[in-house]
Design a protein around this ligand. Structure first.
Ligand code: APR
Length: 196
C-alpha cells in the first residue's frame, strides 16, 4: 500500500504504528474517557443524538452539546462538523461529529468511500483547530451495520494517509474500540497495514 511506517508496541503492549511524525494507536474502552484534545462522535445526519457512541458522548457532554450542533442544521453522510466539548473535561476541547454511512452490501464501494471521507474530513477539521490528539470510535460499525473487518483498514488507512503528509498538528490518532473482539480486529488490520 506504500505508506512508510513502523509497527511497534506501546509500553502497555498495545499495537502502535509510527507514520511520519505521528502515531496511531489502539485501545479498548469508552471513548468519552479518551483524554485526547478531540473525540470523534459516530453521529447521524440530523446531528440529533442517538444511542451507542452518540448517546455516551451526549450524556457526558450535557444538553449544551445539542445547542452547539443545532446551528449546523445537520451534516451530510461522509462529512463531519466540529464543536466544543460541553462538559467533557479537559484535555478534551472538541467533539467532531462524523456521519458514517449505513452499510449495505449492494453499495459496498460507495459505503467504503463515505466511511473514508468521514475520517478525512474529521482529521481536516482537527487540523483547523490545531488539535494534537484525536480519538475515533469504529464509525458505522454499530447501528449502521458496517462489517468491522471491512471498516478497520479503511479507518486506519485514512489516518495513516493523513499523518504521512507531515506538517500536521495532529500527532496522535487513537482508535478506541468498545469490545476486546473489536480491538482484535483493528489490531490485525493495523499489523497487516504495518507490513505493507
Ligand atoms: N466508546 C467507544 N465505542 C463505543 C461506545 C463508547 N462509549 N459505545 C459504542 N461503541 C462502539 C460500538 O460497539 C460500535 O463498534 O462504537 C461503534 C459504532 O457504533 P454506533 O455508536 O452504533 O455508531 P454507528 O454504527 O456509526 O451508527 C450511528 O447510531 O446512535 C446512533 O445517532 C447515532 O444514528 C447514529 C447511529
Amino acid at each position: 500500500m506504500g505508506i512508510a511506517c513502523t509497527f511497534e508496541r506501546a509500553e502497555d503492549g498495545m499495537p502502535e504504528i509510527v507514520v511520519g511524525a505521528g502515531r496511531i494507536r489502539l485501545v479498548q474502552g469508552d471513548i468519552v474517557q479518551a483524554k485526547t484534545d478531540a473525540i470523534v462522535n459516530a453521529a447521524n445526519a440530523s446531528l440529533a443524538g442517538g444511542g451507542g457512541v452518540d448517546g455516551a458522548i451526549h450524556r457526558a457532554a450535557g444538553p449544551e452539546l445539542y445547542e452547539l450542533t443545532r446551528p449546523f442544521g445537520g451534516c451530510a453522510t461522509g462529512s463531519a462538523v466540529i464543536t466544543g466539548a460541553g462538559r467533557i473535561p479537559l484535555p478534551t476541547r472538541f467533539i467532531v461529529h462524523a456521519v458514517g454511512p449505513r452499510y449495505s452490501t449492494a453499495r459496498d464501494a460507495e459505503c467504503a468511500a463515505l466511511l473514508r471521507s468521514a475520517h478525512e474530513v474529521s482529521l481536516r477539521l482537527c487540523e483547523e483547530k490545531a488539535v494534537e490528539s484525536v480519538a475515533f470510535p469504529a464509525i458505522s460499525t454499530g447501528v449502521y451495520g458496517f462489517p468491522i473487518a471491512r471498516a478497520a483498514p479503511i479507518a486506519l488507512q485514512a489516518a495513516m494517509e493523513h499523518l504521512k503528509a507531515g506538517e500536521r498538528s495532529v500527532k496522535r490518532v487513537v482508535f478506541v474500540l468498545f469490545t476486546p473482539a473489536d480491538l482484535q480486529v483493528f489490531s490485525e488490520a493495523l499489523a497487516s497495514l504495518g507490513q505493507g
